[in-house]
Every structure is written in structure tokens, then in C-alpha cells.
Write a protein that binds this ligand. Structure first.
Ligand SMILES: Nc1nc2c(ncn2[C@@H]2O[C@H](COP(=O)(O)OP(=O)(O)O)[C@@H](O)[C@H]2O)c(=O)[nH]1
Ligand SMILES: [Mg+2]
Length: 322
């Protein structure tokens, strides 16, 4: 885990046996969280889960939490426990931004104290920073942030500054613990009736959402006052401006309401929704296939029409032509 652009996908690409999509700005828009197979140590097979950060302008925190909770829940339902969790942070960032703090808070809330035994925190982008400055920043980080501080005490803070080698070392550190963990979000939702909003991570998102809703309500009041004044003075320009701001406000309110609804979901509903999504995707794939076949037949008919002396058309020839 970690903020978008901290190097999560790149980290995985150092170990994965299949291609990983790196640097995709809309990564979190991907419907599902990707899992990549990799080999470590003496041929031990592991699976790496690439999660989105809680900072994508196109995906709400509630949606990101829902995706992570769904995937972790599904994995656990198959009987798979985690060997560990890795949190990445760019050492080149000169301060712990609001977004970085939020991601750290969410990470802590999702994992829970028990899972911390199998957590590794690692800094990336060492090539983008002067070595001394980086070292200073790393020790500062381990002083100002409680999670980094406690992980440092457990010797679980790493520098990911040597591509494949450090990625491997970090993963092997976790795998070699030979213990498995379950995250709090999974434990908390296991009974099937607990809603996302009742989990520690869900409460974090709900608090953020409550802040957004409060701002929206304040803006609504301000707009009402401005509208009364504009109506009194018949200020048409101002009224038009207010109309547009109001439309934007309604959209944001609508999105927040949807986020609140997401937080109402429990494990069973998350799994059902995932199944529905997959069925829909399979349906779409089948429709595309039918349309492609139809288009191919049409092209074939046209080809035959303009090549009347070259029949029968052999399939090989058709494929070569394409
Ligand atoms: N200079 C530098 N670039 C990196 C490093 N790690 C990742 N990148 C680049 O940063 C961008 C975002 O990386 P990505 O792995 O997609 O980040 P994610 O959003 O956390 O998955 C990509 O262009 C990567 O090539 C690093 O350690 N140093
Ligand atoms: Mg990524």
C-alpha cells in the first residue's frame, strides 16, 4: 500500500512473473485489484496484491476501501492468509503531506495491531534524492510518525533503493517470518453482518466523509444567502453563477451520499456485488465476441464479392490478409 506514485506497481514488477501496469495515473479505476504471481527464495511461489492509494481524484476513499475490503475478504474466504503487508513512501517527498498521513492512517486501520508483526515499511525514490538528505528525512520520519517509529523499533523499516534486490529482500523478510496474518478489516467483517462503516478503517473514511458533508452543508447555506441577495438586487450574472455552483454542489452531495451507501455494505453484499460485476464483465466479453464475429463475416462477404475468381477462400489466406 501507499500513495499513488509511491512505486507500488514498480516494486511488484521487480518480482512478478507477468507484466505489471506501472505509472498508470488512473490505476485505481481498474475495476478489480490485481494479484501477481512471483517466485522468491528457493523457488517459493507467492502472490503479490497491488492496491490503490487513498488519494485518487477519480475514486472516492469509500470506493477504494470497498475494493480493498472486497479483495481481502474474498482472498480470506478462499482460505488464504497474508504473509505480510508492505507500505511504500517516497523519500523524495520533503514532508509528510496530508495525503501521505491519510494513507498511513488508513493502512494502520486496515491492518490492525496484530498484523503489524508482518508489516514492512519501505522508502522509495532514493535515486531522486541526495543520499544525506534522504537519510535525514528517513530518521525524521521515524521520529514524527508513530507507525514509522514503532516499525523502526521492530527493525521493519527498509530502503528500497536497489530494484530487484531490495524488493526481494523486503518480501523475503516477510515470507521468512513463516507466520500468517489476517488484517483487522477482514476479522471485523467476518461475521457477515458487520458493515464497512463499523470497521476501524470504515470509521476513518466515515469521519472524512462527515467533514466533506459538513463543508457541503456550509456551502449550501452560503449559496442560499447569496441567492436571496442576488434576487433582491435582480443581479442576473450572480444568479447564473449561483445556479452553476449549486449544480456542482448537488453533484458532490450525490457522490457523498453514494459513498455513505457504500459504507453500509457488509461482507455478504460485497461478495454479491463482486459476483454481479464479474458476470456483467463476462456478458460484455461475450457480446463483444459476437459483434466481432459478425463484423468478420461481413468483411469476408465483401472480400469474396471483390475477389470472385479467388474462391474458395482459404482460411489461412484470410488470416494472412488481416
Ligand atoms: N526515479 C524513480 N522512479 C520510480 C521509482 N519507483 C517508481 N518510479 C516511477 O514512478 C512512477 C509511478 O510508479 P508506480 O509504480 O506506478 O507507482 P504506484 O502508483 O504506487 O503504483 C512510474 O513512472 C515509475 O516508473 C523509484 O524508486 N525511483
Ligand atoms: Mg500502481
Amino acid at each position: 500500500m501507499g500513495i499513488t506514485g509511491s512505486g507500488k506497481s514498480t516494486f511488484i514488477s521487480h518480482l512478478s512473473e507477468v507484466d505489471v501496469e506501472v505509472g498508470h495515473t488512473l490505476e485505481s479505476c481498474t475495476q478489480e485489484i490485481a494479484i501477481y504471481p512471483a517466485l522468491v527464495g528457493n523457488g517459493k511461489r507467492i502472490f503479490l496484491m497491488d492496491t490503490p492509494g487513498f488519494d485518487d481524484p477519480n475514486v472516492s476513499d469509500a470506493m477504494t476501501l470497498k475494493k480493498i475490503a472486497t479483495k481481502l475478504g474474498e482472498t480470506r474466504a478462499k482460505g488464504v492468509l497474508l504473509s505480510g503487508l508492505v507500505y511504500l513512501h517516497r523519500i523524495s517527498d520533503n514532508r509528510l503531506s496530508g495525503v501521505a498521513r491519510k494513507n498511513l492512517r488508513m493502512f494502520k486501520a486496515l491492518c490492525g495491531e496484530k498484523a503489524m508483526e508482518n508489516v514492512a515499511l519501505a522508502t522509495t525514490f532514493w535515486d531522486q534524492e541526495d543520499g544525506k538528505v534522504g537519510v535525514g528525512r528517513e530518521s525524521e520520519l521515524c521520529k514524527i510518525d508513530t507507525l514509522w517509529k514503532s516499525m523502526k523499533k521492530r527493525d521493519s523499516v527498509f530502503r528500497h533503493d536497489d530494484g530487484k534486490h531490495t524488493a526481494r529482500a523486503i518480501i523475503e523478510f516477510l515470507v521468512n517470518k513463516n507466520s500468517k496474518v489476517e488484517t483487522d478489516i477482514v476479522t471485523e467483517m467476518r461475521d457477515g453482518s458487520t458493515k464497512l462503516e463499523q470497521t476501524t478503517a470504515g470509521r476513518e473514511v466515515e469521519t472524512l466523509l462527515a467533514g466533506v458533508m459538513k463543508e457541503l452543508a456550509d456551502t449550501r447555506k452560503e449559496l442560499d444567502v447569496r441567492k436571496r441577495e442576488a434576487l433582491a438586487t435582480q443581479n442576473k450574472e450572480e444568479l447564473e453563477e449561483i445556479r452553476m455552483e449549486r449544480a456542482e454542489l448537488e453533484q458532490k452531495t450525490d457522490r457523498s451520499q453514494k459513498d455513505l451507501q457504500l459504507l453500509q455494505m457488509n461482507n455478504v453484499q460485497l461478495a454479491e456485488q463482486l459476483r454481479d460485476q464479474r458476470e456483467k464483465m463476462a456478458d460484455n466479453a461475450r457480446t463483444i465476441q459476437v459483434l466481432e464475429d459478425r463484423e468478420r463475416k461481413r468483411e469476408k462477404r465483401i472480400w469474396r464479392k471483390y475477389n470472385p475468381f479467388r474462391t474458395p477462400l482459404n482460411e489461412r489466406e484470410w488470416f494472412d490478409r488481416k
